[in-house]
Design a protein around this ligand. Structure first.
Ligand code: CAA
Length: 270
């Protein structure tokens, strides 16, 4: 998600600093950006010069110091609250006082992340959808502490990037995942109970409901670990059994089959 978000910002003409945990991760991010913009060139959606400009706007670093001059920081580290708190403590230390600190979390509470900083009024959720360069929606999440000015600055930026912001409160699953994951989990439960096969369920939703992807293809794209994290978060808040993750999802995650990113999930990607 980090590389996808960096691409969106750079395509919008902004200078971006991509921070990763180590050189290997930076290389993966750089490769992701090159491949994604390269595909746009191949499809005639972007000129080679345009690609060079986009890549030239992104600098990479492995330390937080490079973020000192940024107006906006979007955190996209793995979904662990302790990790988010560590990252936000560093942001607190290095970022300008007027910077907006955003999290792309899809399953954690923005309020809890903000509470771990010395400046909760500057913290917003900025939730992109996968693949970030393609999907138009960005959920902008305001906590009870967020300054309205930080929310409107982010919503304006999102609009200027050609995306559609919806501004909402901090509830597990926000809006889109709250609705989407009831459906995705139901599909996994139907598979578990032998109601229909993976391929038939995917085909039914693609060709019968006009969705771009069936639920199993989509869960593989999202990442099955992320799916379980989102479901657990919504279930913990709502106690609604529709969000109790289907056993097959947990089984695949435990087995390390996380979807596209690990080469196998509901499908294999060799
Ligand atoms: N990165 C960048 N661009 C990508 C891409 C990627 N990973 N995957 C596809 N694209 C681009 C292609 O280059 C192509 O661009 P052009 O039209 O400009 O040529 C366009 O997207 C369409 O791609 P394809 O023709 O290859 O394939 P497609 O028509 O099947 O579309 C898709 C692929 C956009 C992923 C489409 O299948 C789709 O919209 N799927 C549903 C995705 C979705 O629902 N995402 C939300 C998941 S929920 C979430 O993310 C929230 C969360 O917190 C978990």
């Amino acid at each position: 998600m980090g590389a996808g978000i960096a691409e969106v910002l750079a395509r919008g003409g902004l200078a971006v600093v991509g921070v990763e945990i180590n050189e290997d991760a930076l290389e993966r991010g750089r490769g992701h950006l090159k491949r994604s913009t390269g595909r746009a060139v191949q499809r005639g959606r972007l000129t080679e010069e345009g690609q060079r400009d986009i890549l030239g706007r992104v600098t990479f670093a492995t330390g937080f110091e490079g973020l000192a001059e940024c107006d906006l920081v979007i955190e996209a580290v793995p979904e662990r609250l302790d990790l988010k708190h560590t990252v936000f403590a560093e942001l607190d230390r290095v970022c300008r006082d007027d910077a907006v600190l955003a999290t792309n979390t899809s399953s954690l509470s923005v309020t809890e992340i903000a509470a771990g900083t010395g400046r909760p009024t500057s913290v917003v959720g900025v939730h992109f959808f996968n693949p970030a360069p393609v999907m138009k929606l960005v959920e902008v999440i305001a906590t009870v502490r967020t300054e309205p000015d930080a929310v409107s600055r982010v919503a304006e930026l999102v609009t200027s990037l050609g995306k559609t912001p919806v501004t909402i409160g901090d509830r597990a699953g926000f809006v889109a995942n709250r609705l989407l994951f009831g459906y995705l989990n139901h599909a996994a439960t139907m598979l578990d109970s032998g109601h229909a096969t993976r391929d038939d369920i995917d085909a039914a939703m693609r060709t019968g409901a006009g969705l771009p992807m069936g639920p199993f293809t989509l869960m593989d794209l999202i990442g099955l670990d992320t799916c379980v994290q989102v479901l657990d978060a919504i279930y913990a808040e709502s106690r609604d059994r529709r969000y109790a993750a289907a056993p097959v999802l947990r089984e695949l995650v435990t087995a390390g089959l996380l979807g596209r990113k690990s080469g196998r999930g509901f499908y294999s990607y060799d």
